[in-house]
Design a protein around this ligand. Structure first.
Ligand code: C5P
Length: 300
């Protein structure tokens, strides 16, 4: 079989509609119970054969993304090459749209996209299950980006079960160029947490509301146990959250470890109004609109 000249993969960002966080485990990670939704903000990775392994990044805030062996696309190529016993002779061109260090899994989307791209470029043909295992080695959010749509994530957020969701959800997203470090937000969470903190459970009311396409109930159920920690580290997020609430958002939540603020709208038009309201509050560097759920990472 001849190898393709180039493989293009598109991978979505995610929102955590709810994020329950438990105590830190001996492995350093926290037990999570989260409901993920993949949304229509995409990373694209173009893989081409090369003399060695290389990554280049273009698009939104590309200068803030490392292009060395800490880059998740780079690590994905290495991991897949080791798995199939090849040298990673590939250049990965990453085109970014998901905010950098924003809590929307942009780096994880690059990792997921690179796994699929290298699998196709090298004709490896790994099973979906094996790709999901490799994805979990790259980072807790990477498996969900492969799966897409709506899913409940437990353990580190990497043990997934797909969830039924009806309807389309329109979002306004407010991003900050000063990202928040995920480990730092979890550390602050530990400092604030109740010593008797129990393991979290997936939010049943949210899952019921998603099955019923009950927008108002989904809005009421949005929540994030990391939000207090993220807002302490970035107090200006409060004004963005208030602006969206005043503009009639059905719910507003900081996603993942932040600092992206997601506001649920009644319609596409309303999502644009919410975006304008959050921009006018003067604390967001940029706003986007998006719709979810969408499919996971796909070869184009
Ligand atoms: O898995 P990932 O590399 O995205 O996680 C980054 C960091 O976030 C971890 O090293 C850990 O400090 C923190 N984290 C955590 N519990 C999780 C997920 C991440 O404490 N479930």
């Amino acid at each position: 079989m001849s190898t393709p000249d180039a493989v293009i993969v598109r991978a979505p960002g995610k929102l955590n509609l709810s994020l329950g966080v438990g105590p830190r485990q001996p492995d350093g990670y926290h037990r999570l119970a989260t409901v993920f939704q993949a949304v229509s903000v995409y990373e694209e990775v173009v893989a081409t054969p090369a003399e060695g392994l290389g990554v280049s990044v273009e698009g939104v805030d590309a200068g803030r993304v490392p292009v060395d062996d800490t880059n998740l696309a780079w690590r994905a190529a290495r991991l897949l090459a080791d798995e199939v016993g090849l040298e990673p002779l590939v250049h990965l061109r990453v085109r970014k749209s998901v905010p950098v260090a924003g809590g929307m899994a942009g780096g994880s989307a690059d990792g997921a996209a690179a796994l699929l791209a290298c699998d196709a470029l090298w004709g490896a043909g790994l099973s979906r299950d094996r790709l999901l295992e490799l994805a979990a080695e790259l980072g807790a959010d990477v498996p969900f980006i492969l799966l897409g749509h709506t899913a409940v994530g437990t353990r580190r957020g990497d043990l997934l079960s797909p969830a039924l969701s009806r309807g389309r959800y329109h979002w306004a997203l407010a991003t900050r160029r000063t990202g928040l470090s995920t480990p730092r937000v979890f550390e602050r969470f530990d400092e604030l947490a109740d010593p008797g903190l129990a393991d979290p459970e997936p939010d049943r009311d949210l899952l019921t509301a998603l099955r019923a396409a009950d927008l108002d109930a989904v809005g009421r159920c949005l929540g994030n146990d990391l939000q207090a920690a993220a807002m302490e580290l970035a107090p200006e997020l409060g004004r963005t959250v208030e602006a969206a609430a005043r503009a009639g958002a059905l719910g507003v939540v900081v996603t993942g470890s932040g600092p992206t603020v997601a506001a649920l709208a009644r319609s596409r038009r309303h999502s644009m109004e919410l975006a304008a309201a959050m921009r006018a509050a003067g604390q967001a560097d940029d706003t986007l609109t998006a719709v979810g759920p969408v499919a996971g990472a796909r070869v184009l």
